[in-house]
Design a protein around this ligand. Structure first.
Ligand SMILES: *Cc1c(COP(=O)(O)O)cnc(C)c1O
Length: 442
């Protein structure tokens, strides 16, 4: 048995049964220096000033002025269908990043931010940027010509490649996406159709990233978007916190000592949920409680935080195989940039078995008519873990929240699916029905 974790935890993880793990270090003093609130505000300002540019690059954004934002949706029907009474357990809401425009996943936030930052910096070096002016100038023929001499490269299981590939190609960069062969075929096709070069690798996600990184290092005109280390990605994700705060306020949901906010975020390498968690902590402090959702076969953040930050520990090190239908979350080792930041601010992690992902996406479709990819449904079991499980109740008691649950807001973050072909969604639901034991197909 593994030396890295206490043996009861390790045995529990190896059983691959869903579990809720609480982070005993939550609330301790942060160890590494955290990105400053002003860094997150700068990232938000970049996305704001690039709205005109984005509206020019992507006709589907013209209607909303180039905003890369998602709605906050009610989940009243799902909550009722699952037997949760909002008057006792608080209100469930869905932060619908599966519907983010253009890229169709949460990766639009981080990915677009990083490529826009790169485009601004190259344009500035070449005297093509009017500092005070509209970034729409970055869609000019001169800027495109300039970008065509640069490449943007990324290693990705799918959605990050989609986000980076689409925006990089739209700006005129040479876009190259390194993927593992098991990444979904339709994602590769879609990228190729948009002029992105897709390079396939036999190994897992981490090997695709490593291959992309070494190819890019050899060439100074190539920028590598590093999912495991990038601060620009992380800050792009963090901007979602202010967006959510504004939407909660508009919806009349208070967040304070008497009104706790619980947020359930699917976690792969950790950048997206980590950025958002940091952003939310910056705004709401101890009044927000962030939980990550990870596949039972790939709980990389849980494993790293439970093992301590002394050395990298992967899911393979404890005997798990990283094999899951949640391709967006199939990551063996957590980001070394993000895991130290989460050590003091993450409340806990729950794991999700593949069959629960299909059950969750089916329930959401049946109650609300919303279609998610399996990875994106991982957060849905969150409220039940907190309100109903023994470990969840222990968390509430420990934090003096038990009597405040009626005032709580539970935000489940959905992370991808609106670009998934209809036939795939039908297959996902069929799998959910099969696992539920339905006699009839849809
Ligand atoms: C990438 C991704 C996540 C998690 O983001 P990380 O930065 O890898 O932790 C969650 N859901 C979907 C659908 C994703 O594509």
């Amino acid at each position: 048995m593994s030396q890295h974790l206490p043996s009861p935890l390790s045995a529990r993880l190896l059983s691959k049964q869903a579990m809720l793990w609480l982070n005993d270090n939550a609330g301790s003093a942060p160890v590494p220096p955290q990105p400053a609130p002003s860094d997150i505000e700068s990232a938000r300002a970049r996305l704001q000033r690039c709205r005109g540019l984005l509206a020019k690059l992507f006709p589907q954004l013209a209607g909303n002025g180039g905003a890369i934002e998602s709605p906050l949706l009610p989940l009243a029907s799902l909550q009722q269908a699952q037997g949760s009474d909002a008057a006792r357990e608080g209100m469930w809401l869905l932060k619908a990043d599966h519907a983010l425009p253009v890229a169709g996943s949460i990766k639009a936030r981080g990915g677009f931010h990083e490529v826009l930052a790169l485009a601004e910096s190259i344009a500035q070096r070449h005297g093509l940027l009017d500092e005070a002016g509209d970034r729409a100038a970055l869609a000019s023929p001169a800027a495109r010509e300039c970008f065509s001499h640069h490449a943007v490269m990324v290693g990705s299981t799918g959605n990050l490649g989609m986000s980076i590939g689409l925006i990089a190609a739209a700006l005129g960069f040479r876009a190259v996406v390194h993927m593992s062969v098991d990444a979904k075929a339709w994602k590769k096709e879609r990228l190729r159709r948009h002029g992105v070069q897709v390079v396939e690798h036999a190994g897992d996600y981490a090997q695709a990233v490593a291959a992309g990184r070494s190819a890019a290092l050899a060439d100074p005109t190539t920028h590598f978007v590093d999912d495991e280390h990038s601060l620009e990605l992380f800050l792009g994700y963090a901007t979602a916190a202010r967006e959510l705060a504004d939407q909660l306020q508009q919806a009349g949901r208070m967040v304070d000592a008497a009104h706790p906010l619980f947020v359930y975020l699917p976690c792969g390498v950790g950048g997206a949920p980590g950025g958002i968690a940091l952003g939310l902590k910056t705004l709401f402090g101890e009044h927000v409680h962030c939980f990550f959702a990870e596949p039972a076969a790939a709980p990389c953040m849980l494993v790293q935080l439970a093992a301590g930050l002394g050395a990298p520990v992967s899911v393979y090190d404890i005997g798990l195989d990283n094999r899951t239908e949640a391709d967006g979350l199939a990551v063996g080792l957590a980001s070394p940039l993000v895991s130290p930041l989460m050590a003091s601010l993450l409340s806990g992690v729950f794991t999700v078995e593949d069959r629960q992902l299909f059950a969750a996406l089916l329930s959401l479709f049946e109650a609300e008519g919303i279609e998610l990819e399996p990875s994106a449904a991982a957060g849905l079991p969150g409220p039940a873990w907190i309100c109903r499980s023994e470990t969840g109740r222990a968390y509430l008691d420990r934090n003096g929240l038990g009597h405040l649950l009626a005032n709580a807001t539970h935000v489940v973050w959905s992370t991808g699916g609106s670009l998934v072909p209809a036939a795939e969604h039908v297959r996902f639901r069929a799998e959910g029905r099969r696992l539920r034991g339905d006699a009839q197909p849809e």
